[in-house]
Design a protein around this ligand. Structure first.
Ligand SMILES: Nc1nc2c(c(=O)[nH]1)N[C@H]1C(S)=C(S)[C@@H](COP(=O)(O)OP(=O)(O)OC[C@H]3O[C@@H](n4cnc5c(=O)[nH]c(N)nc54)[C@H](O)[C@@H]3O)O[C@H]1N2
Ligand SMILES: Nc1nc2c(c(=O)[nH]1)N[C@H]1C(S)=C(S)[C@@H](COP(=O)(O)OP(=O)(O)OC[C@H]3O[C@@H](n4cnc5c(=O)[nH]c(N)nc54)[C@H](O)[C@@H]3O)O[C@H]1N2
Ligand code: SF4
Ligand SMILES: [Mo]
Length: 757
């Protein structure tokens, strides 16, 4: 291939357009990496509406990782203590199909679990749903998105009647006040942040508020940084609402006509006066008042949030409490305003559309809804009643199902749970008990490969054609542009092949990914995420397309049916419904069209600090690295940028413990221990410490953030509280010999084949 190809960055949910050209193109010198190897050249795609030509360091360096340490052939072994041997696809697939049949016969289909990823393309997701939820009749498909955005999904569904982030990136440039809570956008969604930051600098009236216990790069750019104690978001949000009520800065017309359940909420927020809130959050009253004043004075408030909100034992409540503020001030369904969750992974949005969590079905449907099940059964040409009405196992209950022996086959694809799951010692011990684990990944080694019986080589980004949807609902076609290494196959092809071998020949008779996509969009017809107007041909010709995009140009706007007061509300709203934003007509997807207020008191952390474990540990990301480093750990520029893990400690705490910068510290929780050099910095609030999530067992000794975290989760979204657990800090120099002899890791992890450390 000599021409350049337009595609999407396969890292974060910003979804930047990339233009990729081969190492040697006509008329220019061969493009090479730092070691002199020829690599594909990557630049930002100026025509992409979301990113307008911009890229961050991850997107810019992606091609350096594509050929390193790839898993090229299926591999198998009988027990985890054996070495892997190379096998044919036939042999590997026969073993999987045999096992599926055995598990169905002995345990029922609920003994089978597939744990997937927001790094799947939509086609991969869709075929996996059809196989697991349709043909096998179990809803045991979950994805790493459970650890990521499931609280946002639950919050949207409960408040608006349906999932779907209502805003778009143009709102970043139209807002008067950006309210960033629990998001380090500058490092984790850099191009969203660039667009916002340029606007804030240009328009001096526009304000940036950042709510984060750390002084992140995002917080440094803020007009107001509120460093709340971890887990006190609901106190803060209810405190802001309290002041808006007190100052009579609420939109009663909107509340009366477009929402329900305000009185119960008003009662709750009456209990959040500024003095109490400031004390609970550990912040200054004038900061709280300033934040409320920005909300009160701004015409258009845009909230952005991600993991500091979602990864919480009250994640859904936090999301709904953010949405409450938007409802009480009518900051929704208009340019520059709205509650906007940023999705983490490149195609977490596509996963939602394709039904990629254990409680949902394609087209924003629910497994609990009989009509939804029937519609999907008809589309899949399966007998009525095939899809189970029960939500399947979420990510963590796949782990507990291994503990109890209820899981007879665990199939993991495009995620690395031996690093990213909470309570890693328990996770690893459960993985060791798995009767059969299939692991489908693009790289080898990874930490999870050590726990697998069968390895399946996956074609990754650039080696298969598919679509991905970014945070603002924009769908981009990602064409194959390079050869697959060895015998690697696209994830959807592997799922389809297993389906055919199980006898579902008709259901999985897809000649190519375009055929998968054609069928998938049918599942979205007349649904909130209608994509029946999107096809590979249109994406190729016109470029990225935002949904809703129905074939016939759109459902009738409901605003024509509105009369009286609601039509008055619409005077001065310059845009008609449809188009870039959802809910422009202020009619929501609930049965009565009204959005719901939620009345939540704050509960705080599931495991607060106490005398024995006096610090709150929070975990998160660094600008250059991507998750478990399968790609970024193999890119020199990035490993130089972030050479090693560390623990951030406030100078006051460090002094008390006699810890100096770069001293080694052991961090202990009730579940495990890990060791890091200290980074003494005022960027972290006293009483809180921070550890990056990126270093699994392959990349550093005993520096796994998740050896410390716990699996307590939000009861609605089942998203674990990866952002907070109680820990104790012990300077290594102070550890007595007897204590030091105790192994830091408790489960006997298998050896890795090779270690890139
Ligand atoms: N560079 C980089 N970018 C990425 C990724 C990556 O691995 N690397 N991963 C992508 C993915 S999948 C995701 S999900 C996103 C995540 O993107 P972010 O959510 O922005 O990233 P995190 O660092 O996980 O956490 C964000 C912030 O939450 C704060 N926080 C912790 N506890 C609390 C709390 O109780 N309240 C509040 N208000 N804040 C709190 C932390 O201090 C942290 O700064 O990033 C995406 N982008
Ligand atoms: N302590 C703590 N833990 C966390 C978090 C946190 O903030 N703190 N964040 C959580 C969140 S939000 C997330 S999203 C998770 C992320 O955690 P993981 O999903 O475990 O992390 P990744 O490193 O992105 O793993 C993706 C894997 O997919 C492989 N891969 C890439 N492309 C393909 C493909 O096309 N097909 C296949 N089959 N494989 C492919 C990669 O090689 C890699 O091994 O971590 C969660 N865990
Ligand atoms: S901001 Fe996200 S999507 Fe854009 S280049 Fe960086 S990692 Fe890729
Ligand atoms: Mo994520």
């Amino acid at each position: 291939m000599t021409d350049s190809v337009k595609t999407l960055c396969p890292y974060c949910g910003v979804g930047c357009g990339l233009e990729v050209s081969p190492p040697a193109a006509a008329g220019r010198a061969t493009h090479r990496d730092s070691q002199g190897n020829p690599i594909w050249k990557v630049v930002g795609d100026r025509s992409h509406p979301s990113s307008q030509g911009m890229v961050c360091v991850k997107g810019a360096t992606i091609s350096e990782s594509l050929d390193k340490d790839r898993l090229k052939y299926p591999m198998m072994r009988d027990s985890l203590s054996d070495p892997f041997r190379r096998v044919s696809w036939d042999e590997a697939l026969d073993r999987i199909v045999d096992r599926i049949r055995t598990v169905i016969a002995t345990q029922g289909s609920d003994g089978i679990c597939l744990y997937g990823s927001g790094q799947f393309q939509t086609e991969d997701y869709y075929v996996a749903q059809k196989l697991i939820k349709g043909c096998l009749g179990t809803n045991n498909f979950d994805a790493n998105s459970r650890l990521c955005m499931s609280s946002a999904v639950a919050g949207y569904i409960q408040s608006f009647g349906s999932d779907g982030p209502p805003c778009c990136y143009d709102d970043l440039e139209l807002t008067d006040c950006a309210f960033l809570i629990g998001t380090n956008t500058a490092e984790c969604h850099p191009i969203v942040f660039n667009r916002l930051h340029k606007h804030i600098k240009r328009d001096r009236k526009a304000k940036l508020i950042v709510v984060d216990p750390r002084r992140t790069k995002t917080a440094e750019a803020a007009d107001l940084h509120i460093a709340i104690n971890p887990g006190t978001d609901i106190d803060l949000l209810n405190g802001i609402a309290h002041l808006l009520m007190r100052w009579d800065k609420i939109d009663t017309l909107f509340i009366d006509e477009c929402t329900k359940d305000f009185p119960a909420y008003a009662e709750v927020i009456s209990h959040y006066p500024p003095e109490l809130v400031a004390r609970k959050c550990g912040i200054r009253i004038d900061h709280l008042e300033q934040a409320a004043r920005y909300w009160a004075e701004s015409e258009r408030v845009l909230s952005l949030w991600s993991m500091g909100v979602n990864q919480s034992s009250e994640g859904t409540a936090k999301v709904r409490t953010i949405i409450n503020l938007h409802l009480m001030t009518a900051n929704i369904g208009k340019p520059g305003a709205g509650p906007f969750s940023l999705t983490g992974q490149p195609n977490a949005m596509g996963g939602r559309e394709a039904g990629g969590l254990a409680h949902i079905l394609p087209g924003y449907r629910s497994v609990k809804n009989p009509q939804h099940r029937a519609e999907v059964e008809r589309l899949w040409e399966l007998p009525a009643g095939r899809i189970s009405p029960n939500p399947g196992r979420d990510a963590w209950s796949m782990i507990t199902g291994l503990e109890t022996g209820e899981v007879g086959l665990l199939w993991i694809a495009a995620t690395n749970p031996a690093v990213s799951m909470p309570d890693l010692e328990r996770t690893k011990a459960a993985l060791l008990k798995s009767p059969l684990t299939v692991y489908q990944d693009a790289y080898y080694p990874t930490e999870t490969a050590a726990y697998a019986h069968i390895l399946l080589p996956a074609a990754q980004w650039g080696e298969k054609t598919g679509t991905m949807t970014n945070s603002e609902r924009v769908v981009t076609l990602c064409p194959q542009f390079r050869l697959r290494p060895g015998e690697a196959k696209a994830d959807w092809e592997i799922f389809a092949e297993v389906g055919r071998r199980l006898g579902f020949v008709e259901q999985f008779n897809f000649p190519d990914s375009a055929a998968v996509h054609r069928e998938f969009v049918q599942a979205t017809r007349n649904r909130p995420c209608d994509m029946t107007g999107i096809s590979y041909d249109r994406l190729q010709q016109e470029g990225p397309i935002q949904w809703p995009c129905p074939l016939d140009g759109g459902r009738e706007s409901t605003s024509t049916q509105q009369s009286g007061i609601l039509s008055n509300l619409f005077k001065g709203k310059e845009e008609k419904p449809k188009g870039k934003r959802l809910y422009m007509d202020w009619r929501f997807n609930t049965p009565d069209g009204r959005a719901r207020f939620a009345a939540y008191h704050s509960k705080g952390l599931a495991e607060p600090a106490d005398e024995t474990y006096p610090f709150v540990l929070t975990t998160g990301r660094l600008y250059g690295h991507w998750h478990t480093q399968t790609r970024t750990g193999r890119i020199e520029k990035i490993t130089k940028m972030h050479p090693n893990p560390f623990v951030e400690i406030h100078p006051r705490d460090a002094e008390k413990l006699g810890i100096k910068d770069e001293d080694w510290v052991e961090v202990r929780s009730r579940r495990g221990r890990a060791r890091f050099p200290a980074k003494v910095t005022k960027a972290i609030a006293p009483g809180t410490v921070f550890v990056p999530m990126h270093w699994g067992a392959l990349w550093a000794d005993n520096a796994e953030a998740n050896s410390l975290t716990h699996p307590e989760a939000c009861p609605d979204s089942l998203e674990p509280e990866l952002k907070a657990c109680a820990v104790r800090l012990v300077p290594i120099s102070a550890i007595s010999e007897a204590d030091a002899e105790k192994p830091v890791q408790t489960s006997s992890a298998p050896e890795y084949a090779s270690t890139p450390k």
